[in-house]
Design a protein around this ligand. Structure first.
Ligand code: ADP
Ligand code: ZN
Length: 757
């Protein structure tokens, strides 16, 4: 959890700036050095902290953020000029204060936090000449990664930009180090285009009508307690633990109504875009155009407009009362924030897996504490951190123990895959699951089939010589995607055309092994020719609002089977679904990660919770090789309390969160030799100092010892208290910054890591 600082007031002035010199400012840059630099203001005598400025940085030009007045010019230096880009600051004083805390807590540069907090181009108003320039990869991801390797030594920034483009395809040029997009364009590797579309997100979708319901007694009680917190007008954490289908959303929206009625604003965070869209449409039914939606998949035009609308509000203009958004929306520039809601608070998607590696739920707690407002965390399967918080009395525990209209939770039948074979050889569906599917469709009801692996088959094997297709850049096999006729790496995005014959021996018959969602659709169709199947995974939801369209098709009965990855597991309310099939519950359970059981339990409980949300009772058929594993055993009974008690005991025994705290360092290098040498230096540092109260594990290869063409090692720094753990991480980072052994080694730091892959 974030550090509990005693001061509630945001610190607006930078530390130790007693004698600010007029016209001098401290500036941080998103992709620049970690410390603030001093510049001379050009074209204005004074600007407020949070204002964006154009600055020269070395040989490049960059967007910087003014973080305060500067005391003095460093001696003997002529200062370069900073040109303000806007009249009023893009970043409010409160968000700037929050960003400082986040940078400090997560051991990352303030510039990186601000760049993540404000969407490019960060305009408070669309400014002429500020159209968003997009950089799009013009070569195959694999070729891009090869090019990255060959220019790594001469042009590391361009190499890193290429790796990001290989993974994402297209990104705003402003998010790459200044000048790299243009240089890559000159090499013919990327194309640049300007994007200037502006419109309201989901504008073409109707708001979801919200029937006037009578709250259940449990909802009443929870809402009353939330209202108590609201009228207390101080920081308080409330944990709403409601089983799937218990009506948590209704509680969020009613609480939001109370805040808005008093002129306040509400931030509603969700872990995924699909849920954010859904919640936005529900909120619009009540708050109309006062709802803004912020997430990373909006077009830059939409994002700029939405953010601008929110920011306009912060200047006292009429506008937004409710912001719905994913992770980075936690930094939305609201200035009358009265409540933050974090839906599905347990979800790992709240953690950003690149710098700044912040957890949006924990940042929400920091922000609520800074502002002195309540925060409402909701989940059917609370994170053990939040649950422990409630147990220790640091959060108010609110329960919705029953489904709406006391509908029963679904019954769960277990199919032991050690005893029951799939119907088709090489397939994954057993007779009990097939029969359940057939009965469901016969009754005119609907089914969800959950398989957390996209593509046709995760392994391609040559049956003649045993050759398998592996990624050239990562330590994993390539997944066969049939429709795309490609072999894809799910980690780096590398893609090659599917081979017709074995690369190694020429045998013309390659064997796809294992099943992904694309293959599962075939299998279901072969077993049940009358089924109308839709698939929802990352491959079928690339188009704008595709996830909404798929769910709408299921809701109106156009499809009766929905096959999908974890995307189908969360939040959705599809009353026609009475059967959920979990094709392989073991996925994720045996991962070498202290959170594996918790994540698997939450996912299985969530997906089971999609069944029987309407008038007819639901059932779950869960196929597994390890029915005795605690995550699976407790998911079968949907017994959160039993799972939490057992898992907390394990965590206490080994000192992992929430019983202890962890910071992870990941070392990356092109060659293993320098990597091991660098790792040795850290090991030696630890052996010398033996910091008390802190344990350092590693360096050792993580599960993915090679990723995106780089070798990796990681260290886990563990201890009972986060302070000393972070202090040791700081010292190790300093060692890495000064030791020549780290010349070709990059070090990533992850405070409160969510996953250890
Ligand atoms: P959760 O988020 O807890 O899984 P939802 O908020 O999606 O559950 O609610 C499940 C369903 O119950 C939704 O269709 C919602 O409109 C409906 N609902 C919520 N509260 C009530 C109520 N008090 N009376 C009747 N229906 C309700
Ligand atoms: Zn790869």
């Amino acid at each position: 959890m974030p550090p509990a600082s005693a001061s509630a007031a945001p610190q607006l002035e930078p530390d130790g700036a007693p004698e600010a010199v007029p016209g001098l400012v401290e500036v941080v840059v998103g992709n620049g050095p970690p410390m603030a630099l001093t510049y001379r203001l050009e074209g204005a005598a004074h600007v407020a902290p949070g204002t964006r400025v154009r600055v020269p940085l070395g040989k490049r030009r960059a967007v910087g953020y003014v973080v305060g007045p500067a005391a003095q010019a460093p001696e003997g230096k002529t200062l370069k000029a900073a040109h303000p880009m806007e009249e009023s600051p893009a970043i409010t004083a409160e968000v700037l204060a929050l960003a400082r805390r986040v940078a400090d807590y997560y051991l990352c540069p303030l510039g990186a936090v601000l760049a993540a907090a404000v969407p490019p181009p960060a305009g408070s108003r669309p400014v002429a000449g500020l159209a968003v320039r997009m950089a799009a990869l013009q070569v195959e991801a694999g070729a891009a990664l090869e090019a990255a390797a060959s220019i790594e030594a001469r042009a590391p920034r361009q190499a890193e930009a290429l790796r990001r483009l290989a993974a994402e395809g297209e990104i705003p040029a402003a998010r790459l180090p200044a000048g790299t997009a243009a240089r890559l364009a000159a090499r013919g590797l990327v194309a640049l285009r300007d994007e200037g579309r502006t419109r309201v997100p989901l504008g073409e979708h109707a708001a979801t009508p919200r029937p006037a319901v009578r709250l259940t007694p449990a909802q009443e009680a929870a809402l009353a307690r939330v209202e108590g917190a609201l009228s207390g007008a101080r920081f308080e954490t409330l944990l709403l633990h409601g089983v799937t289908g218990s009506g948590k959303t209704e509680v969020y929206l009613r609480a939001a109504e109370r805040v808005v009625a008093r002129g306040g604003q509400v931030l509603l965070l969700t872990p995924e875009i699909a849920l954010a869209s859904h919640l936005t449409l529900a909120a619009r039914a009540h708050f109309g155009p006062k709802v803004a939606l912020l997430h990373s998949a909006l077009s830059d035009g939409e994002r700029r407009d939405e953010w601008g609308r929110v920011r306009a509000q912060a200047r006292g203009e009429d506008g937004v009362s409710v912001v719905v958004g994913t992770r980075s929306a936690v930094f939305a520039p609201l200035d009358r924030l009265g409540l933050i809601v974090v839906d599905e608070e347990h979800d790992g998607a709240y953690k950003q897996e690149e710098s700044p590696r912040y957890h949006a739920r924990d940042v929400a707690l920091m922000r609520a504490q800074q502002l002195g407002v309540p925060v409402l965390l909701g989940s059917a399967t609370p994170s053990l951190e939040s649950f422990a918080r409630a147990e220790e009395g640091r959060a108010v525990y609110l329960a919705l123990p029953e489904r709406i209209e006391t509908r029963p939770l679904p019954t769960v039948a277990v199919v032991d895959l050690r005893e029951t074979q799939p119907v088709h050889k090489g397939g994954v569906i057993t007779a009990p699951l097939r029969d359940a599917l057939a009965e469901t469709l016969e009754r005119g009801e609907q089914a969800l089939l959950f398989l957390n692996r996209r593509g046709f088959a995760p392994i391609v094997l040559c049956p003649a010589c045993g050759h398998t297709y592996r990624c050239r850049h990562c330590e994993v096999t390539l997944t066969f995607h049939r429709a795309a006729r490609a072999f894809l790496c799910h980690f780096c995005g590398d893609r090659r055309p599917a081979a017709d014959a074995c690369d190694a021996c020429g045998n013309p018959l390659l064997l796809p092994m294992g099943v992904g969602t694309e293959g599962l659709v075939d299998e279901v169709q072969a077993l049940l020719p009358e089924a109308r199947i839709l698939r929802m995974d990352r491959d079928t939801t690339r188009a704008k609002d595709a996830h909404l369209n798929i769910l709408a098709a299921v809701a109106r009965g156009a499809a009766n089977v929905l096959v999908g990855t974890q995307m189908i597991a969360k939040g959705h309310d599809l009353p026609g679904v009475t059967l959920v099939g979990v094709v392989c519950a073991d996925q994720g359970v045996h991962v070498p990660d202290f959170r594996a059981a918790e994540t698997a339990f939450a996912l299985l409980t969530q997906v089971a919770g999609r069944a029987g949300r309407g008038d007819r009772p639901g059932r779950v058929v869960l196929q597994t090789f390890s029915p005795e594993h605690p995550a699976i055993r407790h998911a079968v009974t949907q017994d959160y309390a039993a799972f939490a008690a057992e898992e907390l005991q394990v965590r206490r025994a080994v000192g992992y969160p929430p019983a202890g705290r962890v910071v992870r360092l990941v070392l990356w290098a092109r060659d293993a030799g320098p990597l091991d040498a660098a790792g040795e230096r850290l090991r030696a540092w630890v052996a010398d100092r033996r910091p008390p109260g802190v344990e350092v594990l590693g360096p050792a290869p993580p599960a993915l010892g090679r990723l995106r063409g780089m070798h990796r090692r990681h260290l886990l720094i563990k201890g009972a208290k986060v302070g000393p753990v972070r202090q040791v991480a700081r010292w190790l980072l300093e060692t890495a910054q000064t030791d020549p052994a780290f010349k070709h080694v990059r070090v990533d730091v992850d405070v409160d890591p969510q996953a250890l892959v």
